[in-house]
Design a protein around this ligand. Sequence first.
Ligand code: ADP
Length: 650
Amino acid sequence: MTAFPSVTMKILAASLDLSPDAVVVVNAAGTIVLVNALVETMFGYREEELVGQQVEVLLPERLHTMHAAHRVRYGRAPRLRPMGRWLIVEGRRKDGHEFPVDVSLRPIMMEQALHVIGAVRDMSVQRIAESEHNELAKRLYLQGKLVNLAHDAILVCDPEDHIVSWNRGAEKLYGWKEQEAVGQAIHLFLQARFPQPLETIEQVLEQEGQWEGDLIHICRDGKQVIVESRQVLVRDARGTPTAILEINRDVTERRRLEQVEREARAEMRARLKALQLILNELPISICLVQGPQARLILANRASTALWGAEWKRGQPMEDFLTRHAIRLFTGDGRPLSSADSPIRRAVASGEAIYHNQHVIRQPDGANLPVLVNAIPLDALRELQPLSYELAEGPAAAERVALIVHQDVTALKEAETLKDTFISIVTHELRTPVTVLVGYASLMLARAARGKGPELDEWQRAKLSEMKEAAHRLAKLTEDLQHVTRVQAGQFQLQLSPTDLVALTRQVVDRLQATTDRHRLSVHTSLAQLQATVDAFRIEQVLTNLLTNAIKYSPQGGPIEVTIEENAEAHEARFNVRDSGMGIPREQQVHIFERFVRADNVRAARISGTGLGLYLCRELVERHGGRIYFESEERVGSTFYFTLPSNAGTR
Ligand code: ADP
C-alpha cells in the first residue's frame, strides 16, 4: 500500500485488512488502487502485481469485455450493491484456476474522485453445498414419484399413529385421497381388525423395530380388504421414535384362493379317509404307490396282514422290505428283487401287470403265495385325476399305481390236494393197467401161436381194443405222474455232458421203427454237439415233439429234425417240422397249457392227453432254454426249442 501514501488511503488500507472478504478498490477507470491481504491469498497475486492493473485481471478473459461495459454503466450510476444479490461471477487466479465469487460493490469518493470498493467472497464451498442440495431435492422428488408408482399402499404415520403421508397406491386401495387421510388416526380411519391384540403388535414394533402380518381394513366404499402389512419404526439419533413406515399389500384374492385350496384339500382328505375306511373292510390287500421307488400313498388293513408288517405312508418299497426282512420269490422259488417286482415295474415303466404269481416271505418266515395285479393309474384314464389329488408337492408328476394282492394260500392248498390225489390215483392205476396190457398181449400172442383155446375173430378184435385202451390209460397215468412231479418241484435235473446230435439220432431211429408212413430225418452240419443236460428229460422232449409230429400227420410225410449251434450265444437250436394238420390259429396261445388239445385233433379222433407240450415247456425252461412254434392249419407245424450248449467243445 506504499503507492498511496495519503492518510485516507492508509486508514482505508488498514481497515480493509480487517475485512473477512477479499477487497479490491478501483478508480473510475477500472484500475486497481488498493487490495487487501485476502486478495493475495484468493487470487495468488502479490499486491504490487495488482495495483495499477485493470480490475479485469481478476476475471477470466472471456468476461473482460462484458465486465468493462458493466463497469462503465455502473460508473454512470453508482450505487450500493450488497452481497447475496446473485452478482456471482467467475474469478480467475493467477495460475488460471477459475472459481465462483460473489461481489458486493460500494461507491466511495476519495480524494475528490469516485472509487469503487469491491468485496469479493469465494463461493466454491457454497456452490458445492448448493449442488448437493439440488441433488437431494431431485432424489426426494424421484423417490416421491416411485412411492406413487407402487401398487402397494405406502404410508407414513407419526409415533401417535396419525397419518402424515399417503401414496397413490393407498388412494387406490382404500379410496381416500391424501388430503382426506393425512392427520387421521390410522386404525380408526381404516377400522382395522388385528390378528393379535394391537398392544402385542406395538410391543413387537417397539422391541424389534418392525412387524409383519395380515390386517383387515375397511375401504371408503365399505369393502373389506385383507392386507399383508409390513411396518417399521423409525427413530432419531437419540432413539426417540419419529415415524412408522407402513407398506400394505392387498392380498384379499390370494387369501381367498388359499382358503379355497385349504378347503379342497380338507375335503380330499375326508374323501381319502372314507376311502380308507371302505378299503379297510376289503379282504384283499390294496395299496397305492407312487414314483419309481414305489413310495406308499395308501394301504388298507389287509395289506398289513399280507406283508406281516405295516408299510408306512411315504416309505419306499425297498426300505420297507429291508427294514422288516421281508423277501419275495417267483412262483418257482427263485428270489425276486424289489426292482423286478410287479409293483416297481408298474410305477417305473407304466406296465400293467395282471395275475403275477409270487411268494411273500413275511418277517416271521411264513411264506404266502400271492397273485398280484399292478396297474398304473395313467392306464386307467378315469382314475388319472385321482393320482394328482393323492400326490403332494413336486412328486405330483410321478406315476401312481394301484396294487392288488390276493392271498392264494387256500387255492394253492386245494391245488396241492388235487395234485396229491392225482399222484395217488395214477400210482394206484399203474399196476392194474400194466396187468391189463400184459394179459391182453399174452392172450393175443398165445392165440396167434395156436396155444390154448382158439379165439373167435370178434374176441381177437376186442382183446386188441382192450390192449390199445389200456395202453392209452398207461400213457395218461405216466404223463399225469410226470406233471404232478414237475409241479410239486419233486424232480431234480440229472445234468451230465451229453452229445445232443447222437441223442437226437437215437430218438429218431427209435420212432422211425413205429411208422411206415412217415420218413424221419436229422439235418445238421455238426458231427456232435456237447451240452450239459439231463439226457433222459431231453429225450422225453424230443420223443413228445416227434410223436406229435407223427400223430398229427395222419396222411404221412416227411418229418425233419434240424440241429444248429449258435456258438456266440452258447445255444443249441432244434426244430421239428411236419407237414400235418397244424394248429388252428385261435387255439395257438393256449396250446402249452395243461390238458389243452386243439379242436381239429379232437374232431379227427386222435387220442392224446394234452399234457405233452406242457411237460416239454417245463423241461426246456428248467434247462434255461425256450420253446415256441409256428403252425398253419392243413399246412404243418414247426416246433423250435433251444438249450444252453457247451460252445467250443466240438
Ligand atoms: P396230446 O398230443 O397228448 O394231445 P400235447 O400237449 O402234446 O398233447 O399237445 C397238445 C395239443 O397240441 C395237441 O392235442 C394238438 O392239438 C396240438 N399239437 C401238438 N403238436 C402238434 C403238431 N405237431 N401238429 C398239430 N397239432 C399239434
